[in-house]
Design a protein around this ligand. Sequence first.
Ligand code: DQA
Length: 148
Amino acid sequence: MLSLLILHGPNLNLLGQREPGIYGSATLDSITQQLEQAARSLQVKLSSLQSNHEGALVDAVHAALGQHQGILINAGAYTHTSIALRDAIAAVAIPTVEVHLSNLYRRESFRHHSYIAPVAIGQISGFGADSYRLGLEALVHYLKHVEG
Ligand code: DQA
């Protein structure tokens, strides 16, 4: 069975209470539950990690090597700043889908650039909590039917 790593970056632990007008009212726990439900019907296994620390996310990407066949990541603000995270994803070469709750391109210009996008299969941005489910479906489809 395919095993996938779900990574959440900084401040996403505050989902539900954090700027709900932008990020919605779903908590990280409820997003994880939705993903677990989707994973059951897709017949894949998930491991999730949220961290506010760039190095912990880099470590998690390294540790995915040999353990997980795909990565779904919302790197939060590190999307726009972290060459280290981008290099880690490039280094392990594990197929990665980038997701964002908000539509980055309708927001401040500093959010328009992603360091992750060039090393990701693709990006889903703007569908709220559904971005994660859509990203998971896209990743599983890629692993089963495009790469596999
Ligand atoms: C975000 C968008 C980022 O710009 C922001 O820093 C976040 C959340 C999103 O999911 O919309 O923390 O990744």
